[in-house]
Each structure stands twice: as structure tokens, then as C-alpha cells.
Design a protein. Structure first.
Length: 306
């Protein structure tokens, strides 16, 4: 997934290069739909498409098992088998799921038995209809319940650490990287006026660059390293939460990350006008602090996830 994230960034950069410089769009007396608006519209389209596809995504079998919904988990396994092999669902050799050892067993609730073919595909029963009606009510209820559990000991510690790490990390990841073009422009102008002085750009290292080439090299290095950190952080945060709280925990952490990105953009924009190197030192301090906080997360290497 991290590799495709990087490819997506490269694709967006190439797309911007192809669209924004051209004089295309629609112009009226009151509004101009120019190239950069077209670019933003194209970039936003995949998000709406993916949001629609999420409705077709089945629930995680591991999550269903942790909630005692064995029949639903088995039904999903049958669908996976049918898609992967091209054979019928009925030919799936596993007929019943029995939980022998599921990591931390206290997170597993009592099994919910289905009756009257509530899981079978096809005609649908009264139970199925009731489930469909209550689906969204149950979903929002689960979200609220899981959110409360995340802020209760012993999960509270991991929740707070993951929120702080994501918040500080994405101030640098989005905040500073979004302003690289402006930093490049200011550096170029500054270098033309005062060729013997340096201009700050990225993290602490960019404070010591002396020309545009150095700026690009250090910025590229920073972007590469922080992208690696982002991939590792996603894996790390995923493993600290138990299965029944994992999706909600990650969602809350990502909310903190997006808030960090928004605040970083606003704050860094103000700091650039006051003292250009200031954002580099602030981001460096935040990244170091977030990195040190990760030492307080459990080591889950080769450990079964709860």
C-alpha cells in the first residue's frame, strides 16, 4: 500500500504538470473554470469513487470472528473462495468455524448463531430484512461504543500516543511539503539578490543549503525519508489496537493526522513571512518528539495480534 501511495503522489505531480500550465477551461462573465480547478476536480473524483466502492467491501472475517459472528465470517470466506477459484461457494470444504485460539480471548464475545438461513445468499428472510433496516443504526452504535472504549484504560495510553504521533508527524508531512514550491520560489529570488547567503527550506538540513540544487537534493531526501516513516507509522498504529477496536482507533488517529496537516499548513504559511527558517526547526522538533513517543508503543514483532 505504501508503494501505491508513492506512485499516487508521482501521478498527481505528473498530472499537475500536464494540466495546470495550459490555458484551458471555461470562462464566463462571473466565473472562470480554469486549469487548476480542472486539476482539483480530477484529483477529487477518485475519492468519491472509492467511497462508493466501500459500500461493496465485505466486513473483515477476523473482526466478525472477534464479535462472535461466525456464520457471517464463514459466508465471506466462501465468497473469497468462489472468487479466487471460480468454483461454487457450496464446494468450500470448511463447513463450520471453531475458535481455538484468537490472540487475546477476552476480546471475543459469545458466538451469534444465525437461524433460518439468514446468511445464505438469495431469497432473503425476515431476519435478513430486519438486519438491513437496523444496519446503519447498529453501525453508528458500534462506532460510539468503540470510541468510548478507546479512551478507557488500558487502551487509553495507546490511543493518546497514536493521536499525538500522527498529529506531529503530519504537520511536517503535509504542512512543510505543501509549502516546498513556495520555499523554492523564495529561495530562487533570495539567491538572485543575495547569492552569498543561505535560505531555509526543509527540516534542519535545509537551513544550511546554499543554492537551488542543494535545496532540491535535501528536500527530496526529506520527502523520501518522511514517506518511509509514514509507511512504518501506518503499520505500527494498526497493530497497537485490538481487532474489535482497530478500525475506530485508526480512524481517530487519521483525524488527528488530518488536523495536523491543516494546522501545519496555516502555521507554516504565517511563519514563512516572519522568519523563513523557523518552520524547518519547528517541524524537526515535532518529528523528533513524535519519534521518541513511538518508543512507548508495544513491540508487536512476531507477536499474535489480539
Amino acid at each position: 500500500m505504501a508503494a501505491f501511495w508513492t506512485l499516487g503522489n508521482l501521478f498527481v505531480a505528473g498530472l499537475a504538470w500536464l494540466i495546470i500550465p495550459h490555458d484551458i477551461g471555461i470562462t464566463s462573465t462571473s466565473f472562470t473554470f480554469n486549469s487548476w480547478r480542472i486539476f482539483l476536480l480530477i484529483c477529487a473524483a477518485p475519492s468519491f469513487i472509492v467511497a462508493g466502492l466501500l459500500l461493496l467491501l465485505p466486513e473483515s472475517p477476523k473482526y466478525l470472528l472477534s464479535r462472535g459472528r461466525y456464520d457471517e465470517a464463514l459466508n465471506i470466506f466462501r465468497n473469497i473462495y468462489a472468487i479466487n477459484t471460480g468454483k461454487s461457494r457450496e464446494s468450500y470444504m470448511v463447513k463450520e468455524l471453531i475458535l481455538d485460539d484468537f490472540g487475546n480471548s477476552k476480546n471475543v464475545v459469545e458466538p451469534i448463531k444465525s437461524t433460518g438461513g439468514t446468511i445464505a445468499s438469495g431469497g432473503g428472510t425476515k431476519d435478513n430484512n430486519n438486519k438491513k433496516k437496523n444496519k446503519y443504526k447498529i453501525m453508528f452504535g458500534d462506532i460510539m461504543d468503540n470510541s468510548k472504549q478507546l479512551f478507557v484504560s488500558p487502551i487509553l495510553r495507546f490511543t493518546v500516543i497514536s493521536i499525538v504521533i500522527n498529529f506531529t508527524f503530519h504537520i511536517g508531512y503535509y504542512g512543510l511539503m505543501m509549502w516546498f514550491p513556495e520555499l523554492f520560489n523564495r529561495f530562487d529570488l533570495f539567491n538572485q539578490l543575495f547569492s552569498t547567503l543561505s535560505s531555509g527550506a526543509c527540516s534542519v538540513g535545509l537551513y544550511f543549503v546554499y543554492n537551488k540544487v542543494h535545496n532540491v537534493i535535501v528536500s527530496a531526501f526529506f520527502s523520501g525519508v518522511i514517506s518511509c516513516g509514514n509507511a512504518a507509522l501506518d503499520c505500527l498504529i494498526t497493530e497497537v489496537f485490538p481487532t474489535n477496536l482497530r478500525a475506530t482507533g485508526i480512524a481517530i488517529s487519521m483525524v488527528a493526522a488530518r488536523l495536523g496537516g491543516i494546522i501545519g499548513n496555516i502555521v507554516i504559511a504565517q511563519l514563512l513571512d516572519m522568519y523563513c527558517p523557523a518552520p524547518t526547526f519547528i517541524v524537526a522538533a515535532l518529528l523528533i518528539g513524535g519519534g521518541l513517543l513511538s518508543l512507548f508503543l508495544p513491540n508487536t514483532t512476531r507477536e499474535p495480534l489480539s
